[in-house]
Design a protein around this ligand. Structure first.
Ligand code: SAM
Ligand code: SF4
Length: 321
């Protein structure tokens, strides 16, 4: 079992397989093109897997593949199969913008993927284009339908932004509800890479919008999920991810691995340690020692609820969100 320096059990590893993306979301990486890190810097799937395998043997039971846009990395289904074949009981999920899912959902499902979180910020083509800086809505919707068709578990992620898509919170909730899938509203997390003009809605503002149409009941945090659950009168459940809230970090159970081999203890802070040398030498013990060190150093809390002017330098496209 893996326990961090604050006594929290850590059983969840998020793995970013690339920082590259085919979107340029305003809240994530609005100002590219820029120089991507050279492809040679990336760990191969075999190297990433060496670490993931060791981490699963130490107590990781949930692995999420993310990015950048993870579906841009060739043969991602083979990587999924490596993890699944090592331990078919692992809770194996993927976070994606959905653009390439129409072509890949079946292969991912066949490889052992169980669940997908798909980002969907608007149902209006023009607004989706404004956020992602590309015409994306049609392909994303096709990707969602295809994922449901092949039997993958699907959740929708939405980041509500003031004056941009805040009027669609209820529409997106209804979109998910009609399909019997969960939607999770994520508070915009201010960071140095994002468009500084944008402002997100706080959790309570998101709930106010939903209350204009529905009566809602508070359920609570589900285990160590970052998402706080709510229920409508008809029993439909949705989630709210509210890192600005004071109690958000109490049950944090996760660490992050970047495509270049940095292990990151907290999404907010710059701290990271590399497992690259260890996995490239095939030295599993050294990689596990880095994992233990990162857990010892894991901060108690993020700082999104503190000083608005002090931005996190962490790029979401590197850490995978
Ligand atoms: N490209 C994939 C996608 O968009 O789903 C995976 C990577 S993305 C970094 C993972 C998640 O982080 C997405 O749900 C995205 O909406 C969210 N995200 C990115 N930047 C964010 C920010 N500044 N605040 C809150 N959520 C953010
Ligand atoms: Fe790409 Fe996802 Fe970042 Fe949007 S949030 S730019 S889709 S990595």
């Amino acid at each position: 079992m893996l326990i961090d320096g604050h006594g929290r059990k850590v059983d969840y590893l998020r793995v970013s397989v690339t920082e590259r993306c085919n979107f340029r979301c305003q809240y994530c990486m609005p100002d590219k093109p820029f120089s991507w890190k050279p492809k040679e810097n990336l760990l191969s799937f075999e190297e990433l897997f060496l670490f993931i395998k060791a981490a699963m043997d130490e107590g990781i039971t949930k692995v999420r593949i993310t990015g950048g846009e993870p579906l841009l990395r060739e043969d991602l289904d083979k990587f999924v199969a490596m993890i699944y074949n090592h331990n078919p009981a692992v809770d194996l999920a993927l976070t994606t913008n959905g653009y390439l899912l129409k072509q890949t959902a079946q292969k991912l499902k066949d490889a052992g993927l169980k669940r997908l979180n798909i980002s969907l910020d608007s149902l209006k083509p023009q607004v989706a284009k404004e956020i992602a800086q590309k015409e994306v809505l049609g392909s994303v919707l096709e990707g969602i339908e295809e994922s449901l068709r092949v039997g993958l578990g699907v959740k929708i992620n939405m980041v509500p932004l003031k004056g941009v898509n805040e009027d669609e919170i209820v529409d997106l909730l209804d979109f998910a509800k009609e399909r019997g899938i969960e939607i999770r509203f994520i508070e915009y997390m201010e960071n140095a890479m994002a468009n500084h003009q944008i402002k997100g809605l706080l959790g309570k503002e998101i709930l106010e919008k939903i209350k204009e149409k529905y009566r809602i009941e508070k359920i609570g945090r589900q285990g160590s999920s970052p998402s706080f659950a709510y229920k409508l009168e008809d029993g439909y459940r949705f989630g709210l991810i509210d890192p600005h809230k004071h109690d958000f970090c109490e049950s944090c159970n996760r660490i992050r691995l970047t495509a270049e081999g940095f292990l990151i203890p907290c999404l907010y802070f710059d701290e990271a340690m590399s497992i690259k040398d260890a996995v490239q030498k095939g030295d599993i013990e050294a990689a596990v020692e880095v994992l233990r060190q990162v857990l010892r150093d894991k901060p108690e809390k993020n700082r999104w609820n503190e000083d608005e002017n002090e931005l996190s330098n962490r790029a979401f496209y590197e850490t995978g969100g």
